[in-house]
Design a protein around this ligand. Structure first.
Ligand SMILES: Cc1cc2nc3c(=O)[nH]c(=O)nc-3n(C[C@H](O)[C@H](O)[C@H](O)COP(=O)(O)OP(=O)(O)OC[C@H]3O[C@@H](n4cnc5c(N)ncnc54)[C@H](O)[C@@H]3O)c2cc1C
Length: 367
């Protein structure tokens, strides 16, 4: 049995633990935080990721299925475009982040999770991967998965790249659904697009909605009263700077591999960072050869990254000719425009890949 260390008990790390344990690996997950499940605010888990979690047996019965996303204009609340999120075989789910982490942890019951221990060093000495921790201890493993997010320590072994600040920050709040309902339909994802900023709401439970504002500052002067009403309801939000980094050219080194934000932090413009971490984790467990894993994920992650980066400009256009072209395109968007993203399934992609390469593929793990 292989002994694998996973650095980081976020969405990517815990999903990897669940998927690998099902493949008979012995996983230990090392997390710097002293406790899990206290992550505030909400998260959207699109059908491409929800399908993988449900396949792994993760219990998501607390999540809210959402059938529609509306893009609205900042000033007059006019609906610019609608996306039918209910057209997939698995629902588009929204939920409290803490509840998702709790469900992943429960499903990862077969793995050991060590809390309150920070990884400070990693090396590959050719016979094993070695992790050093902040308490002075070290551990040897057959492989290490760096699922340690935006500020990954493990990434240092593969490259010296660092994420770049986008110039924007995200403020987040959880609001009582009844109060938010005075300003917005709380049964759907609503995104208001405006010059230099945008605002998102979606339900996360029977009683609560999530609010996210993405802007260089907290000022929404002149925006529709619904947006200003929601922001007032939220009170003071602590803005968190947003970073991204083009997907790394190489995600692995010897017995060490990266996934999720450690390999490709993505701006939250299309709500796909966690979804891609989940897809990474399932793909990695599917084929434990790291070069093959990278090859099968790189193109898709590049597409998602490019779409999120495009959002940085397109979501925030000032009023003018370009904005009008965008709005016409949103109104005319085809119902299947997101099928490549939300309809993607790892098992089907794997099957396609193995049909393509069945004659040449070397099935041995690379570590
Ligand atoms: C405002 C905002 C909204 C978003 N909304 C969505 C959304 O709706 N849907 C979606 O799919 N994505 C969304 N994302 C993106 C998503 O949050 C991330 O992409 C996702 O959390 C990445 O998961 P991860 O497991 O790779 O990393 P993380 O979630 O960052 O987890 C990394 C874990 O590693 C731990 N760690 C870090 N360093 C060490 C160390 N040295 N030693 C031990 N442990 C360590 C951390 O404490 C953490 O628990 C959003 C992001 C933002 C900023």
């Amino acid at each position: 049995m292989r002994r694998i260390a996973i650095v980081g008990a976020g969405i990517g790390g815990l999903t990897a633990a669940i998927a690998l344990t099902r493949r008979d690996a012995e996983c230990v997950v090392v997390e710097q935080r002293p406790a899990l499940g206290d992550e505030g605010t909400g998260i959207q888990i699109s059908p491409n990721a929800a399908a993988e979690l449900l396949d792994l047996g993760v219990r998501l019965d607390f999540a809210v299925p959402v059938a529609q996303r509306e893009l609205r204009r900042w000033q007059d609340d006019r609906v610019l475009g609608r996306t039918d999120l209910g057209r997939y075989d698995v629902p588009y789910l929204t939920m409290p982040r803490g509840a998702l982490i709790g469900a992943l942890r429960e499903a990862a019951g077969g793995s050991r999770i060590v809390l309150g221990r920070r990884c400070v060093a990693v090396r590959d000495d050719r016979t094993s991967a070695v992790l050093g921790f902040d308490d002075g201890t070290a551990g040897r493993f057959d492989a290490v998965i760096g699922a340690d997010g935006l500020r990954s320590v493990v990434r240092g072994l593969t490259c010296s790249a660092t994420p770049a600040h986008s110039g924007l920050a995200a403020g987040r709040a959880v609001l009582p659904r009844a109060a938010a309902g005075r300003f917005v339909d709380t049964d759907r994802v609503v995104v208001w697009l405006g010059p230099g900023r945008h605002c998102v709401t979606y339900p996360i439970s029977h009683d609560h909605v999530n609010l996210v504002v993405v802007a260089p500052s907290a000022r929404f002067d002149g925006w529709h009263p619904s947006v200003r009403g929601l922001i007032a309801l939220a009170g003071r939000m602590r803005p968190r700077p947003l970073y991204d980094m083009p997907p790394l050219p190489v995600w692995h080194h010897g017995r060490v591999v990266l996934l999720g934000d450690a390999a490709h932090p993505i701006l939250p413009f299309i709500a796909q960072g966690a979804a891609q971490a989940i897809e990474d984790a399932v793909t990695l467990a599917d084929r434990l050869d790291f070069a093959g894993f990278q090859a099968s994920r790189q193109e898709r992650v590049r597409q998602v990254f490019a779409m999120s980066r495009a959002g940085l400009r397109v979501h925030h256009l000032p009023d003018g000719p370009e904005q009008r072209i965008r709005d016409r395109a949103l109104a005319a968007a085809r119902p299947d425009a997101h099928d490549w993203l939300y309809g993607h399934r790892i098992a089907a992609a794997s099957r396609r890949r193995s049909d393509d390469t069945s004659s040449t593929r070397d099935a041995r793990p690379s570590f």
